[in-house]
Write a protein that binds this ligand. Structure first.
Ligand code: UD1
Length: 426
């Protein structure tokens, strides 16, 4: 199994090109199940999760073809997906257990075929992560749902019908699932208290380009008037705001100065505000923005994760790694997932001073971290260890790098190009 070795101490300098968003690409790819017409997606990052999604869609009957890579990519970042016929309405356990986003095929399959059989994803490293809201929304749209042998079996033999559904809790995945399903339902669907993440806006804009009738895009109330069929479309995926924020924190921890090409500050307002409070400078440039910590101190700042536009849970671990080197204390509160502090024991092994009290972690900045052998437990936790390693003395060896490969494209290449001492050990 691959490992990544990092020797801390180098200040990051130069530029990093931000990839397309993983969390936007996955639902966008699933949208191809809604139509027999081609959907062309550009700026798709080439990550393990994207390959898993290709595998899942292929067994549902999607043909996936790739055009040559853009922006110096060896692999294609343009995918053409065509689902002339649905070959299978079952999403098998073997694929779903690897990637929770697989559950997004539930709504589109039942909307197009009147039935779907999707394995329940089960628990995962960052909490129990139920899918009850996905199910309740589809029931409101007229589907009957049963559980059979660990599978969600949804049926709507006469098609889904428009409905009003108020999410009792903001959910990104459930909003995406129901938004896609509603595009082919009969009549009008209103989704209230919908998640407003930029990835949902990206999905809604692509669906609109495919001929879906959606209003309220970017707000907490989405109104969808169902149509009989969708048409071919081409869509370019938004840049990955989590990758952007991750590199901003890597630059900050090394007191570096880097331009994040294609990075969009407007997708990261709450995180940028917190980083500015901590002493990091952001300047807009023609092709992205520059992030720098030139004038010394890194201040301890409190953060609480919230649905968008609040501080993203997907940047919590990275922010904590940064705060381990801050001056003073930082209280970090996780409100989205109940078990998302698995990076804490690993950071502690590197010399961080962190105490967990329920959903909050009190981080007291230390003057020095020391490299160690550490274990990645999930995607964002693993990259937080890489951030800590960049500012530690000595070598850090990161194990279970496959977590990192799910969401960061060529991380070691991007960091090495800015002067980091980092290598992948096969
Ligand atoms: C969440 C994050 C998203 C992040 C992704 C991967 C939020 C609001 N969502 O999206 O930003 O990119 O994880 O880390 O920050 N829930 C239920 N029932 C459901 C669905 C969700 O109770 O049917 C709960 C979850 O347990 C969680 C909360 O709602 O506490 C938000 O979950 P949701 O947004 O659906 O999770 P993801 O779509 O995975």
């Amino acid at each position: 199994m691959d490992r990544i070795r990092i020797r801390g101490g180098a200040q990051l300098k130069g530029s990093i090109r931000v990839s397309g968003s993983k969390n936007a690409s996955l639902p966008l790819m699933v949208a191809s199940l809604l139509t027999d017409q081609p959907l062309t997606l550009k700026n798709v990052p080439r990550l393990a999760d994207i390959d898993t999604m290709i595998k899942l869609l292929e067994q549902h009957g999607t043909e996936v073809s790739c055009a040559p890579g853009e922006n110096g990519h060896s692999r294609s970042t343009t995918l053409k997906l065509t689902t002339r016929d649905i070959a299978s309405t079952t999403a098998p356990y073997d694929i779903v257990r690897k990637m929770r986003a697989s559950v997004l095929v539930l709504g589109p399959l039942v909307a197009r075929c009147g039935e779907a059989r999707v394995s329940l994803p089960g628990g995962c490293a960052i909490g129990t992560r139920p899918v009850d809201l996905h199910i309740a929304g589809l029931q409101a749209m007229g589907a009957t749902i049963e559980l059979d042998g660990g599978y969600i079996v949804a049926r709507a033999p006469n098609g889904l019908r428009g409905a009003k559904y108020v999410f009792p809790k903001v959910s990104v995945g459930a909003t995406e699932n129901l938004l896609m399903a509603a595009c082919l339902a009969k009549g009008v669907t209103t989704l209230d208290n919908a998640a407003r993440e930029p990835e949902i806006t990206d999905l809604a804009e692509c669906l609109a380009a495919m001929g879906a009738n959606i209003t309220g895009i970017g707000t907490e109330t989405l109104r969808i008037e169902g149509v009989d069929r969708l048409r071919p479309a081409e869509h370019s995926v938004i840049p990955d705001r989590i990758e952007t924020g991750t590199y901003a924190m890597a630059v900050a921890v090394t007191a570096g100065d880097v331009e994040l090409i294609n990075g969009r500050i407007d997708l990261l307002d709450s995180a940028v505000a917190k980083l500015r409070e901590a002493g990091i400078e952001f300047t807009q440039t023609a092709s992205g923005f520059r992030v720098a910590r030139c004038n010394g101190a890194l201040h301890g700042v409190d953060v609480m994760t919230e649905p968008y536009p609040g501080f993203p849970t997907d940047l919590q671990a990275q922010f904590m790694a940064l705060m381990t080197r801050g001056e003073g204390a930082s209280m970090i509160t996780e409100t989205i997932f109940e078990n998302r502090f698995m990076h804490v024991p690993e950071l502690t092994r590197m010399g961080a001073n962190i105490n967990i009290h329920g959903a909050s972690a009190m981080v007291r900045g230390v003057s020095k971290l020391r490299g160690a052998e550490v274990m990645a437990t999930d995607l964002r936790a693993s990259v937080s260890l890489a951030i800590a390693a960049l500012s530690a003395t000595g070598d850090t060896v990161l194990h279970r790098v496959y977590h990192l490969d799910r969401g960061y494209e060529r991380l070691e290449e991007k960091l090495a190009a800015c002067g980091a001492d980092i290598e992948r050990v096969k």
